[in-house]
Design a protein around this ligand. Structure first.
Ligand code: PBG
Length: 329
């Protein structure tokens, strides 16, 4: 006697497979990270991120229009800050005419309906490549959150819709939320990088922005005193629930692929949307393997993004956003 139930019946054709498919990725799922650089007519390829670029503001405008035409309706902005403007206080981060503030206006001007999210952290502005203010060999929490809140406010004043604090200081969300409320910005969203791990997968991003921690005496060599230990799972839920209490509208898990257990835990524990950041190292790995002919690029991209969504992501920040949307349309 053969089994009465044969699971392969529901896999016999693309028609039946698509009928029973549980997860679909669509252009609505994506946030496109964008790197911005000073200058004109600049489109600089990032060495460790093939086919990903830093754009000057004029070309950023073109890129954003293209993203919109493909159906991508959210961008997450990062800036490469000139070396001479970096210090230990985030001074340039508050400049109303700084590159980030001009980039926000450029995007809003090019495509007013585009949702503009901004990274809020000091590392691109830090002479030491850290996400906060440093004293006595330590990243000082409360001095940093005060600057971050002001930095966020300046982004909102420039037109940002959603602030994305990526620094992992304690209390940054309440500090930022309080300032926004005091200043009357009741509609501004906060997407908190709430479970952000001290990951080795951020390497190519730090190349893109030239923002890696510097190797100098009395400067922490890594970000392990503020970003989470990759060995911890329970702690991710605690971090995330605290950020929601403090006023985060969207929470995030970062990186993606190695942390899908965390994504599912958090999806089950919270009642707000959960974002996942498929980070630069994840992008680089696929590109490198595909370049060698060892992996099928397009198939692996779609499989990983589908897995991230299946794990519980409500949205995905991904350097593959454009590729993926072209592949699925
Ligand atoms: C800044 C920031 C980082 C990333 C996003 N925001 C780098 C870091 O924390 O060192 C990493 C993104 C990526 O690797 O794609 N705090």
């Amino acid at each position: 006697m053969y089994p009465l139930r044969r699971n392969r019946r529901l896999r016999t054709s693309e028609a039946i497979r698509s009928l029973v498919r549980e997860t679909a990725i669509t252009p609505n799922d994506f946030i496109a990270p964008l790197f911005v650089v000073e200058g004109k007519n600049k489109k600089e390829e990032i060495a460790s991120m093939p086919n990903y670029f830093r754009f000057s503001l004029d070309l950023l405008e073109k890129e954003v229009k293209e993203l919109w035409s493909l159906g991508i309706k959210s961008v997450l902005l990062f800036v490469k800050v000139p070396e001479n403007l970096k210090d230990n206080a985030g001074t340039e981060a508050l400049n109303v005419d700084g590159l980030m503030q001009r980039a926000i206006k450029t995007v809003k001007n090019a495509v007013p309906e585009m949702l503009v999210m901004t990274d809020v952290a000091l590392d691109p502005y830090s002479a030491y490549g850290h996400d906060g203010v440093i004293a006595d060999g330590k990243v000082i929490n409360d001095d940093t959150t005060a600057v971050l809140a002001e930095m966020g406010l300046s982004h909102v004043k420039a037109g940002a819709d959603i602030l994305a604090p990526s620094d992992m200081m304690d209390g940054r969300i309440i500090e930022m939320r309080s300032l926004l409320e005091d200043e009357g910005f009741h509609e501004t969203g906060i997407m908190s990088y709430s479970a952000k791990y001290a990951s080795a997968f951020y390497g190519p991003f730090r190349d893109a922005l030239d923002s890696a921690p510097v190797d100098a005496e009395n400067i922490p060599k890594d970000k392990k005193t503020y970003q989470m230990d990759p060995a911890n799972r329970e702690e991710a839920v605690k971090e995330t629930l605290m950020d929601i209490e403090e006023g985060a509208d969207i929470v995030m898990v970062k990186p993606g692929l190695c942390y899908l257990d965390i994504v599912r835990d958090i999806r089950n524990a919270v009642d707000v949307p959960v974002a996942v950041y498929q980070v630069s190292g994840e992008y680089a790995m696929i590109k490198a393997a595909a370049e060698k002919g060892w992996l099928d690029h397009d198939a692996v991209v779609l499989e990983q993004l589908t897995a991230i969504k299946r794990a519980g992501a409500s949205m995905i920040a991904s350097y593959f956003a454009k590729d993926a949307v072209k592949l699925i349309s």
